[in-house]
Write a protein that binds this ligand. Structure first.
Ligand code: PPS
Length: 743
């Protein structure tokens, strides 16, 4: 299916026009599909007469008045030979009376558009395609108008026969943070709690399962005025009518606790408070003050949450960043599901309508088709952040949520519902399973993140360059030689994978950023230190470039390439020596010629052996994240034969000054057959016997076969290297290609 969205140049008729054309769906009599926008002939009759009622803020604690009368926009579908046009009839008497507006005849082929008769801002036309067989929906200007926005989505659904449709189900949870926390004079009184309950009941009629979700900090219970303390009591008297979650005992930010035990002790106090006051403790949900510790992750918080509260779900506005809100996502860390959190425009200090930033008009705009309304339209699952103070005073949160819910009911066919956080989270990750995987970013790249990250942590503990492999190209030799450099430091060794951390591929990634950074101990002389790590499996890892780029966007990348055929053979020998039973049962030739019907272990081994050698393909993946200027390609043969020059070039690429002269630090060792490090005692220290081992040469038939196998990949590599401006094509690459042509 293909859709073409384009803006046409200005015409007399439409100030600007977006045409949605379905070239595929050319039939008539389309199936009706669930539309977002409630049509003017909806089940409630005429929406033009539906006025929303809501609570005005301050002065209306006990009076209700009509605060909103719907603007009316007709959506009329016809065809170009005889169609109706809808126009924005707001404030016009006939619109309020619900009468349809003008009926205009128009003919399509001779372009007789009746000039000046339309209000371009509100025209939507559907061409059923009777003229040329192509269905279209035309939009007049004013696409920023909220209803047009929805109609565009409906049009896509309509033209695609429902295949490009949004589900109509929306789930809403409203968190009320800071229960018991507020300053005297800003907290809930008894009548506020009554209003909270009454509003909740009204919302429940429209949103099944809805309950305000109260986040409490027990330390501040009864810290208000006498009247407000009665409000606290009343919340507890109605404890079962709400859902509850822990918001830290003393409202402290968890990232400020370096010691997990202290964090646990504080959490335990809040739990004890809950037990003493009959507050349920089993929701499995918690939110930390100011999102601290959730993202960027403070491991201590996750640890203590699990131990004290058995937390399974939390939420934050900070992942991956606060803005833009529409890009907020969820992730799972240590089995705790982190959901994206939304704002409704109310913050702790927004408590009076006359002091609402931008005034009441701004709030109403957000509710009536603006930001808040759109948030619900575009997010299947919404967790809104509010604070206790928003429910006292002018009760702006009550007004906001009741109004937006009614507005949604009036203008859309969305089906609203609510559920406890655990259910929401399960639903969320069913809808977006790909989000389970976290993507760790650099906390120092976002000021807000830095503020809610432990002061003891530093971004200097991250590598400035990565040696990405592939395996068996001489990466260990390069790693060892780089470590001789006085200004370069490698990572600490890993107990499992030795000199390689293998963070960005495989399971280690789920251990989190703290785990990764623990391999790069902070040094006193940060500025002169070039931290790096090498993990040869990064090169061909599907997810690695994306993950590496998210954390280290400015890092430089070093890769070593040599004949993919020879690399595959070296890898096979390495795997045999490491006791792989399949490699030991099958000859190299059997492995590389294994067919797709071969036993799975053999096919897996074949793939692991051959895939990394498809260099161009893997490099393109890296280059889709990193600019070419950050990539340095080393010829593996040159590294082997002339490591000194190779390292001098590399230093220039890394812009490391002063340059370190390797010539007196590396020497050819005839016994080993490779260059080795020169020790202080003027001896050579070579890599262990696992590197540069002796094995029989590759059979000619295998080499020839691999040359053919890699022909297209090597050809693509030549093109890529030229595109990257490499002046000389490596000799091994020329040979691989030439020999293939000759055979
Ligand atoms: N100076 C020096 N000393 C020893 N070995 C050297 C050196 N330079 C390059 N090589 C080649 O490096 C091959 C091993 O590559 P890696 O270190 O990348 O292997 S690994 O992926 O880390 O296992 C290794 O492959 P094999 O010969 O198959 O063992 C060597 O050919």
């Amino acid at each position: 299916m293909s859709f073409f969205l384009r803006t046409l140049p200005e015409t007399d008729f439409f100030s600007s026009l977006v045409v949605v054309t379905s070239a595929i769906w050319q039939t008539h009599g389309t199936q009706p599909h669930d539309a977002l926008v409630r049509s003017s002939t909806g089940q409630n009759g005429d929406p033009g007469t539906v006025g929303l009622t809501g609570k005005t803020a301050r002065e209306s604690r006990n009076t209700r008045r009509n605060i909103y009368r719907s603007d009316l926009v007709f959506r009329v579908f016809g065809d170009f030979h005889n169609f109706s046009v809808g126009q924005d009839e707001s404030k016009k008497e006939r619109a309020r009376a619900g009468r349809s507006c003008c009926e205009i005849k128009i003919t399509y082929d001779d372009k007789e558009f009746p000039k000046g008769k339309f209000i371009g801002d509100s025209v939507q036309l559907s061409d059923h395609g009777r003229y040329d067989g192509i269905q279209r929906v035309f939009f007049g200007g004013g696409l920023r108008f909220w209803l047009h926005n929805l109609l565009l989505l409906d049009s896509l659904s309509y033209l695609s026969h429902g295949q490009l449709s949004l589900s109509l189900n929306r789930m809403i949870l409203v968190d009320v943070d800071d229960i018991f926390v507020g300053e005297k004079g800003t907290r809930l009184r008894k009548d506020d709690v009554m209003a909270l309950l009454a509003t909740q009941q009204r919302i429940q009629a429209l949103v099944p399962g809805f309950k305000f979700n109260l986040g409490f900090s027990g330390k501040y219970f009864h810290h208000g005025t006498a009247e407000e303390n009665l409000g606290d009591d009343m919340l507890l008297e109605n404890v079962d009518r709400f859902t509850w979650f822990s918001h830290m005992w003393n409202h402290q930010q968890p990232h400020n606790y370096e010691n997990v035990t202290h964090l646990q002790l504080d959490m335990a106090l809040n739990k004890q408070f809950a037990k003493d006051h009959g507050i349920p403790t089993g929701s499995g949900y918690s939110v930390s003050p100011h999102h601290s510790g959730v993202y960027p992750v403070h491991e201590g918080l996750y640890e203590a949450w699990k131990r004290v509260w058995n937390i399974k779900v939390t939420s934050t506005e900070e992942y991956p960043h606060l803005r833009p809100a529409r890009l907020r996502r969820g992730f799972i860390h240590r089995n705790i599901m982190v959901l994206p959190r939304q704002t409704c425009g109310l913050f702790t200090h927004t408590i009076f309508i006359d002091r609402y930033p931008g005034g009441r008009e701004k709030l109403d705009k957000s509710i009536q088709g603006g930001e808040l309304f759109q948030t619900i339209v575009h997010n299947p699952i919404n967790i809104f952040m509010t604070h206790m103070s928003n429910y006292g005073n002018d009760r702006l949160a009550l007004y906001t949520f009741e109004s937006v819910i009614k507005f949604i009911q009036c203008w859309t066919n969305l089906r609203l519902s609510s559920a406890p956080p655990l259910q929401l989270a399960e639903r969320y990750f069913q809808l977006y399973p790909e989000e389970s995987d976290p993507v760790w970013g650099n906390p120092c790249d976002d000021l807000r993140h830095q503020k809610i990250w432990s002061k003891n942590k530093t971004c200097d503990q991250l590598p400035r360059f990565l040696v990405i492999g592939p395996q068996k190209t001489g990466t260990t030799a390069l790693y060892t030689f780089l470590s001789i450099h006085p200004a370069i430091s490698s990572n600490l060794p890993s107990p499992d994978t030795f000199e390689e951390i293998q963070f960005f591929n495989g399971k280690n990634y789920y251990k989190g950023l703290d785990w990764y950074m623990s391999f790069f101990p902070a040094s006193k002389n940060e500025s002169s230190r070039y931290l790096f790590e090498k993990s040869a499996t990064y090169f061909d890892g599907e997810l690695v470039p994306r993950r590496a780029h998210a954390l280290l966007p400015r890092a430089k990348l070093i890769t070593i390439l040599l004949s993919p055929a020879r690399r595959a053979y070296s890898w096979y020998q390495h795997t045999r020596v490491h006791g792989d039973p399949v490699a030991n049962n099958y000859s190299f030739h059997s492995v590389i010629t294994a067919s797709d019907t071969a036993p799975k272990p053999l096919r897996d081994l074949r793939n692991r052996c051959l895939n990394p050698g498809k260099y161009a393909q893997h490099l393109e993946r890296w280059l889709s994240y990193y600019p070419p200027q950050q990539l340095h390609i080393i010829d593996g043969e040159q590294l082997r034969q002339n490591p000194v020059e190779t390292l001098h070039e590399l230093q220039r690429f890394l812009k490391i000054t002063p340059a370190f002269n390797y010539s007196s630090h590396l020497r050819y060792d005839p016994k080993k057959g490779f260059f080795c490090q020169v020790t202080n005692e003027d001896r050579t220290k070579c890599l262990g016997k696992s590197k540069g081992r002796q094995y029989p040469p590759m059979e000619d038939k295998s080499y020839k076969l691999l040359q053919r196998y890699y022909l297209s990949h090597n050809t693509a590599l030549v093109k890529l290297l030229k595109r990257l401006g490499l002046r000389t094509i490596p000799q091994w690459l020329k040979e691989d290609l030439t020999d293939t042509v000759m055979t």
